[in-house]
Design a protein around this ligand. Structure first.
Ligand SMILES: Nc1ncnc2c1ncn2[C@@H]1O[C@H](COP(=O)(O)OP(=O)(O)OP(=O)(O)O)[C@@H](O)[C@H]1O
Ligand SMILES: [Mg+2]
Length: 445
């Protein structure tokens, strides 16, 4: 193990790089602004920009550095990516009447377990003024994300989130949807000034808990759509993989939230993943308010999880970590089962299908969608325009069967909804459903 501090290693690397490029030219080693490595700054501070001391900025190129892994995490679906490579190594070029010059710059995470960024720059001593001027421009450029960017998606390459779900497509008990929606509206309209009066960062935290496939992600997307309609910014952090760097995502997200300049809906899926890892102390700090984003217009966190037991002690038993917990259940009654089936049968819905409804209570929306699609497909395959009851029954049978087979083949992941008695989530016994989990795995394929 190299016992040098991270910045020392960066400095040694930069020194070598400098000597290769500029031989004996003198430089001064400086702590630098982390924003210079940020792509948003690099796209907003344009070449030909005039700086102090008759200097012109002429451009930047990224250079390889084996000590730093560049990270691109901000993606805007359907549009150009705005933020990326927050850390990396760069050479900035400048023009000056006495001769052009360059600056070698490198930024990196402080340590693997510390998401703070450090940055250093090697600057010719006679050009310090111009460089400081340039850093200031970069800082200003990243302070305010452009308004045109309404949705930020932060996460792995397959992050996929579209806030296009209509409110009435989410089939859940009406009171859950209404509660959730009015919580968001009340917070942004009336809550934010109250937090400010108390000198607190206006940050409200809601958690959706429920087994896989009950519509949590869908509900987040529908909430996002409603938020966008009211000119709020949406920041979505996708389910984290166990890659050891996940707090970076949260860290980035919180920066975006704090600097948005608009009210923000922050969606963090599978928050339990972060709580399982070494990062958990930092997540708890965020929830406790020590590292909460301070956005004067208000930030609402909407987090989801399948695992009440993971968040149980750390969150539910400590007031203030989550302001409200919403249980998103499987289909609780026949009325909703009928709505769900009718929705997914679409134009092929027929009154006789109602016979299936009782058997769908306790299943998830994902299950109903699947059996409806399957039945419709079978009917089409057999050149029938209507889906008869037998076909629908057959679909339920084969999917249930398949899930049960899966039970034997796949290791069970304990969901833990069955553990009753003071787990803080009310009576969840009836929604114990390892089957639903297996089914979800299959749907994901
Ligand atoms: N309440 C619901 N109303 C309508 N459709 C639903 C509902 N629940 C699930 N579905 C259907 O099942 C699919 C999967 O649901 P979704 O991804 O929202 O589940 P989830 O609760 O987020 O699951 P997980 O906990 O595994 O992430 C949805 O895209 C939708 O087609
Ligand atoms: Mg989900």
């Amino acid at each position: 193990m190299d016992s040098k501090m991270r910045y020392e290693r960066l400095a040694v690397w930069a020194d070598t790089e400098w000597k290769q490029r500029y031989a004996d030219r003198e430089y001064q080693l400086l702590w630098a602004a982390e924003s210079c490595g940020n792509q948003l700054a690099q796209s907003r501070v344009k070449p030909r920009r005039r700086l102090k001391n008759k200097t012109y900025y002429t451009g930047v190129v990224q250079i390889p550095c084996e000590l730093v892994i560049s990270i691109s995490e901000y993606v805007v679906p359907g549009r150009k990516a705005m933020l990326g490579e927050t850390v990396g190594a760069f050479v900035f070029s400048f023009e000056h009447p006495d001769g052009d010059f360059e600056i070698v710059y490198v930024s990196s995470y402080y340590r693997d377990d510390d998401p703070n960024i450090i940055a250093i720059a090697l600057v010719p001593p006679e050009h310090l003024d111009a460089w400081v001027n340039f850093e200031t421009l970069c800082n200003e450029a990243v302070r305010r994300p452009s308004r045109r960017q309404d949705v930020y998606i932060i996460g792995g390459t397959n992050a996929y989130f579209k806030p296009t779900v209509e409110w009435n497509e989410v089939i859940l008990p009406a009171h859950i949807k209404e509660d959730l929606h009015s919580d968001m509206e009340a917070f942004f309209k009336d809550g934010v000034p109250i937090y400010q009066e108390l000198n607190l960062a206006p940050f409200r935290k809601l958690l959706l808990v429920g087994p896989p496939g009950t519509g949590k992600t869908m509900l987040c997307a529908a909430m996002a759509k409603r938020a966008l309609r009211r000119s709020r910014v949406v920041v979505y952090v996708s389910g984290a993989d166990d890659d050891g760097a996940s707090f970076h995502k949260i860290h980035h997200a919180l920066n975006v939230v704090a600097n948005a300049g608009y009210p923000v809906l922050l969606i963090v899926e599978e928050i339990d993943v972060y709580l399982r890892k070494d990062d958990k102390a930092r997540i708890l700090n965020v929830l406790d308010g020590l590292e909460s984003p301070n956005n004067a217009r208000g930030a609402l966190l909407l987090a989801t999880t399948n695992y009440p037991e993971v968040i149980d002690e750390r969150i539910s038993k400590r007031p203030g970590r989550m302001d409200r917990i919403f249980v998103i259940p499987p289909i609780p009654d026949e009325d909703l089962a009928r709505q769900m089936l009718q929705h997914y049968m679409g134009p092929q819905w027929h009154e006789e299908h109602i016979d299936m409804v009782p058997s769908l209570v306790g299943q998830t929306g994902a299950f109903v969608r699947e059996i409806a699609l399957h039945a419709r497909m079978l009917a089409a395959h057999n050149q029938r325009r209507t889906v008869d009851l037998e076909t629908l029954q057959q679909s339920v049978f084969s999917l249930t069967n398949q899930m049960n087979t899966g039970d034997d083949l796949l290791p069970r992941r304990q969901i833990g909804f069955g553990s009753s008695g003071g787990n803080g989530f009310g009576d969840l016994e009836e929604i114990e459903s390892p089957d639903a989990y297996i089914e979800e795995e299959r749907l994901d394929d």
